[in-house]
Structure formats: C-alpha cells, structure tokens
Write a protein that binds this ligand. Structure first.
Ligand code: MG
Length: 280
C-alpha cells in the first residue's frame, strides 16, 4: 500500500463510525473498526465481515476497543467512565479488551487500540500503578496475538503520555494520534504534541476541533475537517516530518446525523487527497 492511504472510522453495531457500506461508497481503501458487541465477535461473523471487506476492496488497519457504560458527555464524565481507569469496571474491561484482541486476530488485524482513560500523572498514585499493570496485561495478550496496542491521545498531555508509555515498558505499545482530541480535552497544542510523541505514532485520526473558552474544564467543539484549530496542512506536514506513512483515518463523530456525517467525510477525503498530492 502506498503512503497515507485515506481511511475512515467505521462501525458494525457499536460506536461512532460510519457503516461499512458508507466507507465503500466514499471509496476509501482502509478503515479502522470500532469493535462490535460481544455477540458479534464470533469466528462466523469475522469471516462474514472479512468477505465483505474483500469484496469492497477495503483493508482493516486497526480494531478499536470500546466499552458499555463509557460516556463522553463532558470531561468529568469521561474521567469517571472511560477506559481501563475506572476501578469498578477495570477487571471486566481488561478481560473484554483481550477478547477484542482475539477478535481482531480472527480478522487478521495487527493493531488493537483504545482510549485507556484519564491516567493520573503522579507515579506514586496507586491508581497509576493499577493502570500500568492492566495496560501491561493487555499489551502482553496482544503481543501473543502478534499485535501492537495503540493508545488514543487526548486525555493526556504529550509529556504525560510519554511518561506512561515509558513506564509500561512494553515494545508493542504505541500511539494513535488524534489532534482534535488534544484541543477538545485542552491537553495541549496538537502539532507540538505530535512532534514530542512522534516516535510512537503508528496510526492517526484526521479530526478537527476548536478550543473551549476554558480548555481542560469544558469541551472544545468537534467540527468538519479543515474548519477547526488543528491546521490540516501543518498537521500533515508534521506527519511527514516524523516519517509517518500509515493511513489517514478520518473520524467525524456525528453518527446521529448519518447524511451529514457522510457528506462531511466526503469533503474531508477531498481535502486530504489534495494535501497529500501537495506534500508527498
Ligand atoms: Mg479519535
């Protein structure tokens, strides 16, 4: 596959992505997939899905874990509900993440990804050690499946993420860089962050957003690609600088408006295609 194939975030029965049929209509050659519900994570469904991908000429580049009970309603709710950080659900979700890795293996996919949640920064916080432990557990399970684990950016600053990845001490732990999340969560200027974590970036999202009035306290606003504060030319230019050649996976998290979602992703495909021509 040539450098920077365009992609889109897709869903079967769970998550914020577009349906596979929409990915086909958009003519994109790659997708990242939000892991389907447990009932759909069977060998038979995997074969069905693979056959569909093949007939559409689409390559699956990553499977994203997500869990029941997660809510992105506002920043405090994300802290309480997302990823492997909340204590009440940690064991069950760690187990589920391993099952998602097994399902990704059935799909022949070498990358599993997730939002790990709001990791505390203090190394002496018992919660920090607990999250380290489960992240290692998931990394090791992925490794046995021949996979890498990618952490979605957003909740941590670049420094916080570097510290955490270093402390996990696993060679199959990398970053799925989402520049808009840095803005939405107020966790740092995305281009500077990308340069800092560049050596770990193995997959990315193309998403845009505008800063909140009080970054980190309230949400920024997700907007169509090219209309926010990321700066798409600068973003792609920096990806080139760090040597990133993987897919450009478009994410537009408005599944409640499928027509608009498809139209805006189509526009994003055109924008990225033009920028790619200019930069590569
Ligand atoms: Mg993202």
């Amino acid at each position: 596959m040539s450098a920077w194939p365009i992609g889109v975030f897709a869903s079967i029965d769970a998550g914020l992505g577009v349906k596979l049929e929409v990915a086909k209509e958009l003519g994109v050659p790659t997708i990242q997939l939000h892991a389907p519900h447990a009932s759909s994570r069977t060998p038979a469904r995997a074969q069905e899905f693979l056959a569909k991908l093949k007939s559409y000429g689409i390559t699956l580049t990553a499977v994203f874990g997500g869990f029941k009970g997660e809510s992105y309603a506002d920043i405090p709710t994300v802290v309480k509900t997302v990823g492997l950080v909340p204590a009440e659900t940690r064991a069950a979700r760690t187990k589920e993440m391993k099952e998602i890795s097994d399902f990704a293996k059935l799909l022949g996919c070498p990358v599993v990804a997730l939002h790990v949640g709001f990791v505390p920064h203090d190394r002496n916080d018992p919660l920090y050690k607990d999250v380290l432990a489960v992240t290692r557990e998931v990394c090791d399970h992925c490794k046995a499946n021949g996979q890498a684990l990618h952490l979605e950016t957003g909740q941590e600053t670049a420094e916080g993420l570097l510290q955490f990845i270093g402390d996990v001490q696993r060679d199959n732990l990398f970053v799925n860089f989402d520049p808009a999340n840095m803005i939405l969560y107020g966790s740092g200027e995305p281009i500077a962050a990308l340069k800092k974590v560049g050596k770990y970036v193995r997959s990315i999202h193309c998403k845009d957003g505008t800063w909140a009035k009080h970054p980190g306290k309230e949400w920024g606003c997700e907007v169509p690609l090219g209309q926010g504060d990321v700066g798409m030319y600068n973003y792609l230019h920096t990806l080139k600088e760090i040597g990133y050649t993987g897919p450009l996976t478009i994410e537009r998290e408005i599944p409640q408006e499928p027509e608009r979602q498809k139209a805006e992703i189509s526009h994003a495909v055109n924008l990225l295609t033009a920028l790619r021509e200019k930069l590569l």
